[in-house]
Design a protein around this ligand. Structure first.
Ligand SMILES: [Zn+2]
Ligand SMILES: [Zn+2]
Length: 223
């Protein structure tokens, strides 16, 4: 959902010349020879743990596993489509301060860096624009950029907040994440699929409980 009109593409501006960390591209260089070695490691492990690797269904599983892991961590490579933001008019005063742009739920999938197992859930992102805004689809891209890594829920939220802060220099940023962590759910004691919730506030949101409450209401998360 959106609380302000988004500017049209004619006001597009390029920010930072790629100097902001979130937009930089870091193409991973992994050779075919490396990939083949990784497939052998995976095959050795799967086989030792009990997988029958000689069936038609599983003969390619090590290769698919390595490829899937590579895709699931593509966030390390940056996102060139995050380079553009739009200019808008800051009207200053209370209007500028109270106009929130809120997007969510944005589905995300990440890998926990402690176990390399998935955690997944929803992100809600809000900001109070000053002189720059970002297309709604870019918020989704920003969330995925930081989620598709080996990471932690806390870090994903911080990086989204800091990334948006750096790109837009807004009056405030709000990020709420809720996720299921398979590393706790798939092993040991059966858990009743708990949700881990984290919040991150920047700028106006830090000292304004009413603004935070409005954010949760707008997200449909009022409790
Ligand atoms: Zn874990
Ligand atoms: Zn402003």
């Amino acid at each position: 959902m959106s609380f302000v009109e988004l500017a049209d593409a004619s006001n597009e501006v390029n920010v930072g010349g790629g100097s902001i960390e979130v937009m930089d591209l870091h193409r991973r260089e992994i050779s075919d020879e490396q990939l083949r070695r990784f497939e052998q490691y995976a095959a050795e492990m799967f086989s030792a743990f009990g997988m029958e690797l000689n069936s038609p269904a599983t003969v390619d599983t090590p290769r698919r596993f390595v490829r899937a892991l590579l895709d699931a961590t593509a966030g390390y490579e940056g996102d060139p489509k995050l380079l553009t933001v739009f200019e808008t008019e800051c009207r200053g005063g209370p209007d500028c301060r109270l106009s929130q742009v809120i997007e969510g739920p944005i589905q995300f999938y990440a890998l926990c860096e402690h176990h390399a197992l998935p955690f997944y859930g929803h992100a809600y992102v809000g900001y109070i624009a000053h002189e720059r805004i970002i297309g709604i689809s870019k918020l989704t891209r920003l969330v995925r950029l930081f989620a598709r890594r080996f990471t932690l829920q806390e870090r994903v939220g911080q990086q989204i907040a800091d990334g948006l802060d750096a790109m837009l220099a807004p009056h405030g940023v709000a990020v709420y994440l809720e996720a299921h962590h398979l590393c706790t759910q798939m092993r040991g004691v059966q858990e009743t699929s708990p949700l881990t919730r984290t919040t991150f506030w920047r700028g106006e949101y830090e000292n304004n409980p009413a603004l935070r409450a409005e954010f949760f209401v707008a997200c449909g998360l009022q409790r």
